[in-house]
Write a protein that binds this ligand. Structure first.
Ligand SMILES: CC(C)(COP(=O)(O)OP(=O)(O)OC[C@H]1O[C@@H](n2cnc3c(N)ncnc32)[C@H](O)[C@@H]1OP(=O)(O)O)[C@@H](O)C(=O)NCCC(=O)NCCSC(=O)C[C@H](O)C(=O)O
Ligand code: MG
Length: 290
């Protein structure tokens, strides 16, 4: 189960070099924003994007949205400077792409510490190569700063040489292994992006599949994807009602000295109550964010 009760239903990538998108993002209803210095930023715009992104974060105006800076990998000529600058930006987290080992996380952590990153600044890691999937358990537990794994299904498809199908069977093993790694370490985990901006039914299907699999939310590439994604990952009203009902019934049973109870014909044990409390806490937090 994730350490954080913070909603991460929808997390929108935007090119760090795109000043208009950085401004637009202040009005978009995403729970989080990934200000991207990596693949969405062209090589000759990397330095400008780094400056622009750090200034935007320092400038504020993003309300309760979680701000994450995706840096370039440490194997590139921009990686070190990106991490050093992001560490001093006030962002909530730094997202490292193409992570293939726990050492890569520890290397980034050392640069963050040396650059004065506050203790609360988290590390997020992209899971987007076969090796990152196979190393996901060690990556997830590499640092106390680790907070979230992010599926990079575009790069993964390229590396696996597999197809993007509606049911995503070619990805199921990788998604499942990363989910296990995240949950075993109490981290959040976000699903990958959906690239066809005109395929609304396909996008909604991908969101509901992500909900069923247990992802905390989904990464997005365009503001038009935010509303459907939020809807899919928001606890349903009937589930919140049911959760409150079983929490109350179980508390009443405990007062009678009983460890279990039956509500509407269903056996309720402590484990159901724990999940119910988490769902209610998430729903209440989402309500407060409206
Ligand atoms: C795909 C886009 C290039 C489309 O951009 P554009 O043509 O500008 O779209 P629109 O005209 O429809 O935009 C309408 C307004 O919305 C703003 N906008 C668009 N996209 C974003 C965004 N992502 N964040 C914030 N704001 C956005 C436009 O500026 C317009 O604003 P306004 O004029 O004021 O009304 C574009 O959407 C885009 O660049 N998307 C992000 C692409 C990206 O970040 N890709 C990299 C991440 S995906 C990835 O790498 C995953 C992983 O690594 C893996 O391997 O899977
Ligand atoms: Mg990628």
């Amino acid at each position: 189960m994730s350490k954080s009760a913070r909603p991460r239903r929808s997390v929108l990538y935007m090119p760090g070099s795109n000043a208009r998108a950085l401004e637009k993002a202040k009005t978009v209803g995403a729970d989080g924003l990934i200000l991207d210095l990596e693949d969405a930023t062209a090589p000759d715009a990397k330095e400008i994007a780094r400056r622009q992104v750090c200034e935007a974060v320092k400038g504020g105006g993003y309300g309760m949205r979680e701000l994450i800076i995706r840096v370039n990998a440490l194997s590139t000529r921009w990686g070190y400077e990106d991490i050093a600058a992001a560490s001093q930006s006030g962002a909530d987290a730094i997202l490292l792409p193409k992570v293939e080992s726990a050492d890569a996380i520890r290397h980034m952590e050392a640069i963050m510490n040396a650059s004065g990153a506050p203790e609360k600044m988290a590390i997020w890691a992209m899971m987007e190569t076969p090796r990152s999937v196979l190393e996901s358990t060690r990556i997830a537990e590499a640092s106390p700063r680790m907070a979230c794994l992010v599926m990079g299904t575009s790069d993964l498809a390229k590396e696996l040489d597999c197809a993007h199908t509606r049911e995503r069977l070619p990805f199921i093993t990788s998604l499942g292994l990363c989910l296990l790694a995240a949950r075993a370490s109490g981290l959040s985990i976000l699903d990958g992006v959906y690239l066809d901006l005109n395929d609304e039914p396909g996008f909604e299907y991908a969101c509901s599949q992500g909900v069923e699999m247990g992802f905390d939310g989904k990464t997005l590439i365009h503001p038009k994807q935010v509303a459907a994604c939020n809807q899919a990952f928001t606890p349903r009203a009937e589930d919140v009602l049911w959760s409150r009902k079983i929490i109350d019934a179980h508390a009443a049973a405990a007062m009678r000295g009983e460890g279990v109870c039956v509500v509407d014909g269903k056996l309720i044990e402590n484990l159901h109550v724990e999940s119910a409390k988490r769902l209610v806490a998430m729903a209440e937090m989402i309500d407060r964010m409206q």
